[in-house]
Design a protein around this ligand. Structure first.
Ligand SMILES: [Fe+2]
Ligand SMILES: [Fe+2]
Length: 211
């Protein structure tokens, strides 16, 4: 059930940011209006990277670009507001997301992809949903969006793993995914908390979770 808060939030966005038909421009305007300059700069880079990876690994390029453009739109909401908003939208919250509310941005991105931009492709929505953590049975599209987000991260400069991840991708999408999941289990990753979906991915790929 969608509560009043969730419904009002969506209605205001639908009123103020009606889709123009050009998703890249719409997303850019949405981030700009919410003062999300870091994400605004990050998202087109991820979309470009996702397109390249999709073409390279035989994934639908339009699906990859769409998911990449939408993956962080949930970040227009502050982390502090995310749990209540998810509650109001009927989005389930796991304990790890209560501890690190920013993790909820991916679920909010799915809501906006569906309700604001009219995305119905379940493969695209799934890639958005799991872009931070991956999950036990990732599709090629899920992997492309996950890795594009990591190659073009939003922390400034070149990520410490960039060259190694590109190197791993030389052996294919499976090898690149496995390599990065392994990196996420290393102390260097300094994860705030391992999300259960990430734990499921580690288990599925035979990677030991950090103690
Ligand atoms: Fe994200
Ligand atoms: Fe991102």
């Amino acid at each position: 059930m969608m509560g009043m808060d969730g419904a009002a939030w969506l209605a205001a966005l639908q009123r103020d940011f009606p889709p123009s038909g050009t998703l890249a421009a719409d997303v850019d305007a949405l981030f700009a209006a919410h003062g999300r300059e870091v994400t605004r700069e990050h998202v087109p880079r991820v979309a470009h990277e996702a397109l390249g990876l999709a073409q390279r690994f035989g994934v639908d390029p339009l699906a990859a670009q769409t998911a990449a453009l939408l993956h962080d739109v949930g970040g227009i909401v502050s982390g502090a507001r995310m749990p209540a908003l998810c509650g109001g939208l009927g989005v389930p919250i796991v304990p790890e997301e209560r501890q690190v509310p920013m993790l909820l941005h991916a679920k909010l991105s799915v809501v906006l992809a569906r309700e604001l931009y009219g995305v119905t492709d379940t493969g695209v929505l799934q890639a958005v949903r799991f872009h931070t953590t991956l999950h036990a049975r990732p599709t090629p599209l899920d992997r492309v969006v996950f890795l594009a987000d990591k190659l073009e991260w939003d922390q400034g400069g070149v990520p410490p793993y960039h060259a190694d991840l590109l190197n791993a991708l030389e052996d294919g999408l499976e090898a690149g995914t496995r390599w990065f999941l392994g990196w996420m289990a290393s102390p260097q990753a300094r994860l705030l908390i391992p999300h259960p979906d990430l734990r499921a991915a580690w288990a599925a790929f035979g990677i030991s979770a950090p103690a």
